[in-house]
Design a protein around this ligand. Structure first.
Ligand SMILES: *[C@@H]1O[C@H](CO)[C@@H](O)[C@H](O)[C@H]1NC(C)=O
Ligand SMILES: *[C@@H]1O[C@H](CO)[C@@H](O)[C@H](O)[C@H]1NC(C)=O
Length: 273
C-alpha cells in the first residue's frame, strides 16, 4: 500500500490508526494493569502543593470543593493505573485560589513544559473513568516521553516546538544505558525541547522511521524536528551522549543539516520493511 508522505512526522500515527484501528486498543491495554497501591497526597496548603508539583514530572491534582461528588471515587480509582503519575487532592481554598481554580477541577501539571491543563466545567461534569484515563494518557508528557497513539496528541499540542527523538529498539542490550543518557540530556533542555523515544520494533512506528528517511539498519538514530516549518534532520549513532545531543541540536539551529550525508546510502534499491 502506498500512501503519500505525511507533512509532519507525528501524522504517521494518524495513518496507522486509520489502517490498523486495533493499534490504539493494544497500546492502551499495555499501559496499565493492577500493581502495588500508590497513595494520594492530601495537599493542605500552598507550599505543600507547590513542592508536590515541583517534585513530579507529571502530577494530577483533584481540586474538589465538595468531596461527595461522583468524580472523587473515579479520581481515586485512577491511581493504580498510572504508576508514573503523582496523585494529589486538595479542598483548601487558598490552594484552589493559588491555582486559579473556580469550580471542581482536575488539573494535570507537567515539568517538561511547565503546563497546567485543566479538566473543568462541562468536561468535568461529564467525567467518567475512560474520559479521565484518556485525559491522563494524552497529556502525561515526561522528560522523555514514549511515542504512541495517545502521547502523539499531547506532544503536538505542547507549546514546545522542537522535538528530539531517539529511534531505538527497546529490547536491545544497549537500550538501558542509552536511554539513561538521553534522560540526562533531556534535563538540560527542559522547556526548550521535547525528548521522545520511538521503539523501532513496534510495527506502528515504521512510518516514523521512514518519515525521517531512515532504515532499520541505520538505527539507533537521533532525529530532530521543528513544528513551525517541518524542518528536520537525522543522525545515525552508535551510542547516545549528551555531547552528541548538544552538537546535533546546535547544528540544526544553525541550519547545518546532516541528513544528506547518510541519505546517499539509500540509493540502493528500496526494500519495504
Ligand atoms: C476538606 O475536607 C476535609 C475532610 O473531608 C474536611 O474536614 C474539611 O472541612 C474540608 N475543608 C473545606 C475547606 O471544605
Ligand atoms: C492565575 O491567574 C493570574 C491572572 O490571570 C496569573 O497571573 C497567574 O499566573 C495564575 N496562576 C497560576 C498558578 O497559574
Amino acid at each position: 500500500m502506498d500512501i503519500a508522505q505525511p507533512r509532519s512526522w507525528f501524522l504517521s500515527f494518524l495513518l496507522v490508526c486509520v489502517l490498523a484501528p486495533e493499534v490504539t486498543a493494544e497500546a492502551e491495554a499495555t499501559s496499565d494493569g493492577p500493581t502495588a497501591a500508590q497513595d494520594i497526597t492530601w495537599l493542605t496548603d500552598v507550599p505543600a502543593a507547590m513542592a508536590f508539583i515541583a517534585a513530579a514530572e507529571v502530577a494530577l491534582i483533584g481540586f474538589f470543593q465538595d468531596l461527595e461528588i461522583p468524580a472523587v471515587p473515579i479520581f481515586h480509582d485512577m491511581v493504580h493505573n498510572f504508576q508514573d503519575v503523582s496523585f494529589g487532592i486538595s479542598n483548601n481554598s487558598e490552594v484552589l485560589a493559588h491555582y486559579n481554580i473556580t469550580g471542581n477541577t482536575i488539573s494535570l501539571f507537567r515539568l517538561v513544559d511547565n503546563e497546567q491543563l485543566n479538566l473543568e466545567g462541562e468536561d468535568f461534569e461529564n467525567i467518567d473513568a475512560s474520559k479521565l484515563s484518556r485525559f491522563i494518557e494524552v497529556n502525561s508528557l515526561h522528560m522523555v516521553t514514549e511515542y504512541g497513539p495517545a502521547t502523539a496528541i499531547g506532544l503536538f499540542s505542547s507549546n514546545i516546538k522542537i522535538h528530539l527523538l531517539l529511534l531505538m529498539n527497546k529490547a536491545s542490550p544497549e537500550y538501558e544505558e542509552n536511554v539513561h543518557r538521553f534522560q540526562q540530556a533531556a534535563k538540560l533542555f527542559q522547556g526548550k525541547v521535547l525528548f521522545i523515544l520511538v521503539d523501532s520494533e513496534k510495527k506502528e512506528n515504521e512510518r516514523v522511521i521512514s518519515y525521517f528517511k531512515l532504515k532499520k539498519s541505520q538505527l539507533p538514530a537521533l532525529t530532530i524536528y521543528r513544528t513551525l516549518d517541518d524542518e528536520w534532520d537525522a543522525l545515525p549513532i552508535t551510542e547516545v551522549s549528551i555531547e552528541h545531543v548538544q552538537n546535533f541540536y546546535d547544528g540544526f539551529l544553525e541550519g547545518k543539516l546532516l541528513r544528506e550525508n547518510h541519505e546517499s546510502e539509500e540509493k540502493t534499491p528500496k526494500v519495504e520493511l
